[in-house]
Design a protein around this ligand. Structure first.
Ligand code: IMP
Length: 197
C-alpha cells in the first residue's frame, strides 16, 4: 500500500494514541491539532453511527481531505444499553470521567448482571464516499475502580477472557481485546483494498 494520509476527526488525545498504536506504516493518521483544526465537533444524534458520520462529514467539508472519525459507547445490559451514545456526558456536559464512573456504579448498585460491551463505530470518508466499521468488546462492570491506565470507563471494565480491567492493562494488552482495535482492523483492510494497484 502506498503511503496515505488520513485526518482523524477527534479532539480526544487518548483515542489518537490508541489508534496510532495499531496503525501500520504506510498510513499516516493526523490529529485535528496536527492539522491545525480547532473546533468542538458536535455529537447531536441518538446513535453512534449517526454521530460518527456527523464528525467525519464536518471535517471532510472543512478540509476536503480523506478523513475518519469514531464514536464509542459503553452499553450496559442491566441499564438497557445505557450510557451508550451518552457515555461521554453520562453525568453531565462537563464530560468528567470520574463522575461518569460514579454514576454508573451507583446505577448498578445491588445489580447482579454486570455484563456490558464497548461498541466503536468508525466512519471513513474516502474519495467522497462513506464507509462504516464496527468493533465490539464484551465484558463485565466491576464493583469498584481498579487501575489507573487508559481513560473513560477503563477502570471499571473487565473484557471477557481477562481478569484485569482495562485500567490495569498496558496499551498493548488493551489492544488484545479492544473494541477500537477491532474496528481499526476493519478500517485498515478497507484502506488496503481501496488503495490496491
Ligand atoms: P466519544 O466516542 O468521544 O463520544 O466518547 C464516549 C465516551 O466513552 C468517552 O468520553 C469515554 O468516557 C468513553 N470511552 C470511549 N472509548 C473508551 C475506551 O476505550 N475505554 C473507556 N472508556 C471509553
Amino acid at each position: 500500500m502506498s503511503s496515505i494520509q488520513l485526518i482523524f476527526a477527534t479532539n480526544n488525545a487518548n483515542k489518537v494514541i490508541e489508534i496510532q498504536s495499531v496503525i501500520p506504516e504506510g498510513i499516516q493518521v493526523i490529529s485535528l491539532a496536527e492539522a491545525g483544526i480547532n473546533i468542538d465537533i458536535p455529537e447531536p444524534h441518538n446513535s453512534l453511527e449517526a454521530n460518527a458520520t456527523e464528525k467525519s462529514t464536518v471535517i471532510h467539508q472543512l478540509t476536503n481531505k480523506n478523513c475518519f472519525s469514531e464514536d464509542t459507547g459503553l452499553e450496559v445490559t442491566a441499564l438497557h444499553g445505557e450510557p451508550g451514545v451518552k457515555s461521554a456526558r453520562y453525568a453531565g456536559d462537563h464530560k468528567n470521567f470520574n463522575a461518569n464512573i460514579d454514576k454508573l456504579l451507583l446505577n448498578l448498585q445491588g445489580e447482579k448482571n454486570r455484563t456490558a460491551q464497548f461498541r466503536t463505530v468508525i466512519s471513513l470518508i474516502w474519495d467522497d464516499k462513506e464507509y462504516q466499521f464496527e468493533g465490539i468488546c464484551k465484558g463485565q462492570i466491576t464493583h469498584e475502580t481498579r487501575g489507573t491506565n487508559g481513560f473513560g470507563y477503563d477502570a471499571v471494565f473487565i473484557p471477557d477472557g481477562s481478569d484485569k480491567t482495562f485500567g490495569e492493562m498496558s496499551l498493548d494488552e488493551k489492544n488484545e481485546y479492544s473494541h477500537r482495535k477491532k474496528a481499526v482492523a476493519k478500517l485498515i483492510s478497507c484502506l488496503q483494498a481501496l488503495t490496491a494497484n
